[in-house]
Design a protein around this ligand. Structure first.
Ligand SMILES: [Zn+2]
Length: 232
């Protein structure tokens, strides 16, 4: 077997290992969490806050309305008592009218806020259901990812053993050369020659170069992309 062929075979296994490593990295990245679930939870928190704010607003409105009502009662009981002179009456009556108007306004506001509280509760329920469904989706997806991970991880030792076998057939010098080109050339150091064309860069190679590569007495490189040429 020529060195180019040995290196090509080693590369096939290396690419396979690369593929496995990439797949595992992608699985691990996905296992970090569900974006959809995170977004759904953030929206739920937002709606919870909105509901709390509206409930606080309702409470304040109710207290203010109760306060106005109490003041109406106070002024009215003063008017009905004997301590008030007829001169004071018109001013007190005006105050009662004002307070009653304020009370009515506040009560109407409270009714409005209560409607919004009901809407906010419904909207919260809808979002809570979305979160629940996203949680179920995520649990299912996580299970599938774990299965996939087991599958891919399970294949690695076999490919690694094959890699070690092929690697043992190549000299350290050739391996070092192969590795340095592989790093520079996107993982592909050895380029198969097909129909006189370098499959690494698609350039048509000079016939003499292809002949030298086929003979396999030395390593021959593509003049364009610098990869080791392998003629099957
Ligand atoms: Zn090339």
């Amino acid at each position: 077997m020529t060195v180019a062929k040995s290196l090509f075979e080693l590369q096939e296994v290396d690419l396979e290992l690369d593929k496995h490593a990439k797949a595992l990295a992608q699985i691990d990245a996905q296992l970090k969490g569900s974006k959809a679930l995170t977004l759904a939870k953030a929206e739920l928190a937002k709606r919870q806050k909105q509901l709390q704010e509206l409930q606080a607003q309702q409470k304040t409105g109710e207290l203010d309305a109760a306060d106005a009502k109490e003041r109406v009662t106070t002024v009215e009981s003063r008017m009905m008592g004997n301590q008030v002179s007829p001169r004071e009456l018109p001013a007190l009556q005006k105050e009662v009218t004002n307070l009653k108007g304020r009370q009515k306004g506040l009560e109407e506001q409270v009714v409005g806020v209560m409607e919004r509280v009901e809407q906010a509760k419904k909207s919260l329920d809808v979002q809570a259901a979305i979160v629940k469904s996203e949680e179920a989706n995520w649990a299912e997806h996580k299970k599938r990812l774990a299965q996939e991970k087991r599958l891919v991880s399970g294949e690695v030792p076999g490919v690694q053993a094959q890699h070690d076998e092929f690697s043992a057939e190549v000299t350290d010098q050739a391996k070092a050369l192969y590795q340095s080109i592989r790093i520079k050339k996107g993982g592909v150091a050895v380029s198969k020659v097909q129909g006189g064309i370098c499959s690494g860069c698609r350039i048509t190679l000079p016939t003499t170069l292809v002949q030298r590569a086929r003979a396999g007495k030395e390593l021959v490189y593509c003049g364009n992309c610098g990869r080791i040429l392998y003629v099957p």
